[in-house]
Design a protein around this ligand. Structure first.
Ligand SMILES: Cc1ncc(C[n+]2csc(CCOP(=O)(O)OP(=O)(O)O)c2C)c(N)n1
Ligand SMILES: [Mg+2]
Length: 673
């Protein structure tokens, strides 16, 4: 609690209207001071938010991460001042009034849009419209799954979302509401800020959608209320809580409610109201206080909500202390992998080095997952309808179904974007490590949410198979070319492209251990030989060599004349090229396997220098060149794709696009002779 709270005494009865007007005033004053921001949405939804918080929500600002708290997601993230005003009013320690006065300024906690990690109590980053509601679906699913494992006395909370017209117009909302309706996520309650306004003007400019019918068709419980009628809103929330389905409460509101001249107009969406209109609004709503001043009695009413939450949290803690599930629950929520995972993967690597197992890396991933999922139940898998191509399900994984959340496997349907956002929600909620599969090419469809995994630093693992022209006959629509560059350009995302079964197991271990970073496992459809033993001085070692990002797989006896750097399926080609150069031309070629650029970049300069060497370098990757110049330098060469792929058997395509040992050897000869 911040210091103002302690001295507060009730001085007069406070109405919900007064409480809501505090939000309105703080929103318009902060936006005016920043000369930037969105006052309309917070002013329009102030009444709904007040009813939700004053009568229903269970959160404790003094313990913002209490596991059984209700989750609140401001999907319409441009209305961030609603969230910040709430946090100040509720008394979050890190949200004194000065933070509202620094709205949208460098280093403040009150960023333009709510950002996870910037301030306590922000459950997820929002702003890209539609992400919040789709992330909330993952949170509500995680709640049901955790409750199925640990019981309702430990896990029993709601996920509340405020979504605008924009969130519901975005395509991702369709994926999200379809999945939530199907899975009967009854603890999900969405308030639609139904104000018929977006940036360009009335929503009638671009939509005739009957949203209530759309949600009903997806299996939701749907109500419609006047969003300024606090009794109606309260009754709707009660009914929603009773429903056995996810709920939409369409709240008819006036954007910028309270502003006498601009209210109801798109002009309040994303610009300060201006001093004259702010003065007129103060008069109109009877707010007699100075900018950023909230009278004690109103603050007190808000802080009572926090006290109620604190009491609920304490009762819950008593239940936890007495629960036989305490240890299991705490360890799940902490998200620490048991040592058994690394031990199992170590044994797995040893076994497959010895057997020289030759499989596609997608198959290797399935095999590694078999070991991982047996060693921990933190992992929950899934796929966007490509389970038997991505190979993401392992023995004994029961599926999640409507009314049955005890399983570990989620059929996300053909909804890559919804899957990625749901995985963010599952990771943010806590208790699980989500992984999910699709074809690498469809990373495009998941991109918006993948970017947020990275921005929020969430341990979400993307299993992306069919990673190049090596997928063959499905052709250029399915053959990723530019995707590795796109993923590698994304900050705080580890992109792993393992070359064989050993690297696959190593990369899985690294992904699981990256608690604050998402990972993409880029996997082949075609079989790949085990390379570690045959071409390395040390066949099996306990060391996870992929953890360096890149390492020397083959060091020639002679001083290197050329270094061949490759990832994934092209490491095999590099090795064949090195052998050819040596036997046919007497040229000493080193091979560097580089499964993860990002981790290699993090190694010290000496290690990087030793791996890359001073000889000319050639990079080989069946993808776009973009980015490779970082590693090959001015004097290097690249063997890979220069345009889209084609439809044919994979070996024909490698020949057609000249990604072969012969082509690599020829490039080497050209470089060094
Ligand atoms: C994916 C995405 N596209 C575009 C935007 C830019 N944008 C921010 S708010 C907004 C309009 C939102 O309308 P609505 O949800 O009705 O909000 P209201 O005007 O009612 O506050 C747009 C297009 C965005 N934030 N995210
Ligand atoms: Mg709107």
């Amino acid at each position: 609690m911040n210091s103002q709270a302690a001295a507060l005494k009730p001085v007069a009865a406070v109405s919900e209207r007064d409480m809501a007007n505090a939000i309105r005033a703080l929103a318009m004053d902060s936006v005016q001071k920043a000369n930037s921001g969105h006052p309309g949405m917070p002013m329009g939804m102030a009444d709904v938010a007040t009813v939700l918080f004053s009568r229903f929500i269970n959160i404790d600002p003094s313990a913002p991460n209490w596991p059984d708290r209700d989750r609140f997601v401001l999907s319409a993230g441009h209305g961030s001042m609603l969230q910040y005003a709430l946090h100040f009013l509720l008394g979050y320690d890190d949200m004194p009034i000065e933070e509202l006065q620094r709205f949208r300024q460098l280093g403040s906690r009150t960023a333009g849009h709510p950002e996870y990690g910037h301030a306590l109590g922000i459950e997820t980053t929002t702003g890209p419209l539609g992400q919040g509601i789709a992330t909330a679906v993952g949170m509500a699913l995680a709640e049901r799954m955790l409750a199925a494992r640990h019981g309702a006395d430990l896990v029993d909370h709601f996920t509340y979302v405020i979504a605008g017209d924009g969130c519901l117009q975005e395509g991702i909302s369709h994926e999200a509401i379809d999945l939530a309706g199907h899975l009967k996520l009854s603890r999900l309650i969405v308030f639609w800020d139904d104000n018929s306004i977006s940036i360009d003007g009335p929503t009638s400019l671009s939509t005739s959608m009957d949203q209530a019918a759309r949600f009903k068709a997806a299996g939701w419980h749907v109500q419609s209320v006047d969003g300024h009628d606090t009794e109606a809103v309260g009754a709707a929330i009660e009914a929603a809580q009773q429903s056995d389905r996810p709920s939409l409460i369409a709240c008819r509101t006036v954007i910028g409610k309270g502003a006498p001249n601009l209210g109801g107009s798109e002009k309040t969406h994303g610009a300060p109201l201006g001093n004259a209109e702010i003065t007129a609004t103060r008069e109109n709503i009877g707010w007699v206080y100075a900018p950023f001043e909230v009278p004690e009695n109103i603050l007190f009413a808000w802080r009572e909500i926090a006290e109620r939450g604190q009491a609920a949290r304490r009762t819950w803690e008593q239940r936890l202390a007495a629960s036989p599930r305490r240890q299991a629950f705490e360890s799940a929520v902490a998200g620490n992998l048991p040592d058994a995972v690394s031990e199992a993967l170590g044994a797995f690597r040893k076994e497959h080095v010895e057997k020289a197992t030759k499989v596609a890396t997608r198959k290797a991933s399935e095999m590694a997952l078999g070991a991982i999922n047996a060693a921990t139940d933190l992992t929950v898998g899934g796929s966007a309808d490509l389970t038997h191509s991505n190979l993401t399900i392992t023995k004994g994984m029961d599926r999640i179904a409507p009314d049955d959340y005890a399983g570990r496997y989620i059929h996300y349907g053909i909804r890559e974007h919804g899957m990625a956002a749901a995985m963010n929600g599952i990771a943010l909620h806590g208790g699980f490590v989500p992984y999910g599969g699709t074809f690498l090419c469809f990373a495009d469809y998941a991109r918006g949410a993948m970017r947020l995994s990275a921005l929020m630093g969430q341990r979400v693992i993307y299993v992306m198979t069919h990673d190049s022209i090596g997928l063959g006959e499905d052709g250029p629509t399915h053959q990723p070319v530019e995707h590795l560059a796109m993923l590698r350009a994304t900050p705080n995302l580890n992109v792993f492209r393992p070359a064989d079964i050993i690297e696959t197991a190593e990369c899985w271990e690294l992904a699981l251990k990256s608690k604050n970073r998402p990972s993409v496992l880029v996997l082949s459809r075609q079989n790949l030989p085990m390379l570690r033993q045959a071409h390395s001085d040390e066949p099996h070692s306990d060391e996870n060599r992929s953890s360096h990002g890149a390492y020397i797989l083959r060091e020639p006896a002679e001083h290197r004349a050329v270094t061949l750097i490759a990832t994934g399926s092209e490491v095999e080609i590099a090795v064949a090229a090195a052998e050819r150069l040596e036997t046919e031309h007497g040229i000493a070629a080193a091979v560097v396997s580089m499964p993860c650029w990002e981790l290699f970049e993090e190694q010290d300069a000496d290690y990087r220098k030793a791996v890359l060497g001073s000889a000319p370098r050639i990079a080989i990757e069946a993808a776009a060149r973009l980015g490779w110049d970082r590693w090959i330098g001015d004097t290097g060469a690249f063997v890979g794709m220069t345009g889209f792929g084609a439809s044919a058997p994979a070996p024909d395509l490698y020949r057609h696009f000249d990604i072969t040992p012969e082509a690599v050897a020829a490039a080497a000869l050209k470089l060094i002779i």
